[in-house]
Design a protein around this ligand. Structure first.
Ligand SMILES: CC(C)(COP(=O)(O)OP(=O)(O)OC[C@H]1O[C@@H](n2cnc3c(N)ncnc32)[C@H](O)[C@@H]1OP(=O)(O)O)[C@@H](O)C(=O)NCCC(=O)NCCS
Length: 224
């Protein structure tokens, strides 16, 4: 099915810009005081960005076994979504054109006619992390996925779970790769907890220091 065929009548307006106060409030609701202090640290260190993140992996076989909430539909695609769905997800056509042009694909989640979740996957030897400007290496038997998002109203209802299940199934059928890999900032406690609940485990703790213009992050810890 092509989600571009879905009814694209009105936009439920979930892509409005978010103020700093709202960002802090959301972070407080999701991660408590530690989440808020990470926002403060990030703001204060923006001239000298230091980023700590974990590499997480999960076997595709585990992810395909998780039962998704059947209220939602999940689709793996390499076509640009319609305007309504782009707006709902707060993403631009330019972004989709660029990533799809680089051979990336995405999983989109629908609740009826509304797009409520999205994540991207990149099949290659190395992924360039656009937001921070460094390369993320990953294994040959791994599919790297990034930029996952469930719109706030639909969180904790199994949207990420369903998108990962759909990606894992697709990966097994198309590439035969054994694992999904992702990087998650140490400060993103909500995302870390969600991934751990879904069967992901930490493989590495990494640090990236923008001021040193390192092309790759340092590995601080690696699981034996
Ligand atoms: C992280 C995120 C994608 C999770 O999406 P989601 O659709 O809410 O996740 P799911 O509902 O599939 O949750 C999977 C499991 O994690 C749990 N979970 C989800 N968010 C959680 C949180 N903040 N804290 C603790 N557990 C959480 C769910 O309860 C569920 O566990 P269960 O099966 O035992 O009930 C979503 O919170 C989000 O979009 N955050 C903002 C963007 C972001 O940080 N993306 C990740 C970048 S690495």
């Amino acid at each position: 099915m092509n989600h571009g065929d879905k009814v694209c009548a009105d936009n439920n307006g979930s892509s409005e810009p978010v103020s700093l106060i709202e960002k802090v409030a959301r972070r407080y609701r999701s991660d408590g005081l530690s989440g808020v202090s990470w926002i403060a640290v990030k703001r204060l260190t923006c001239r000298w960005p230091v980023l700590f993140f974990y590499t997480f992996t999960a076997p595709n076989a585990t992810l395909t076994n998780i039962r998704a909430n059947n209220r939602f539909e999940f689709e793996v695609s390499s076509e640009v979504p319609c305007e309504k769905h782009l707006n709902q997800l707060g993403r631009t056509r330019v972004l989709f054109d660029r990533r799809l042009g680089q051979g990336h694909r995405y999983v989109i989640a629908f609740d009826g006619d509304n797009a409520v979740g999205l994540l991207w996957a990149h099949d290659g030897d190395v992924h360039f992390e656009q937001q921070y400007g460094f390369n993320v290496p990953f294994g040959r038997d791994q599919l790297f996925y990034y930029d996952s998002l469930t719109l706030p109203e639909w969180r904790c209802q199994g949207v990420l779970q369903g998108m990962l299940g759909a990606l894992a199934k697709h990966t097994i059928q198309q590439d035969g790769k054994a694992e999904l890999a992702a990087i998650i900032e140490t400060s993103n406690l909500g995302s870390r907890r969600a991934h751990e609940k879904l069967g992901f485990s930490k493989r590495q703790l990494n640090m990236y220091c923008g001021a040193l213009s390192r092309y790759r992050p340092f590995v601080l810890w690696r699981r034996k």
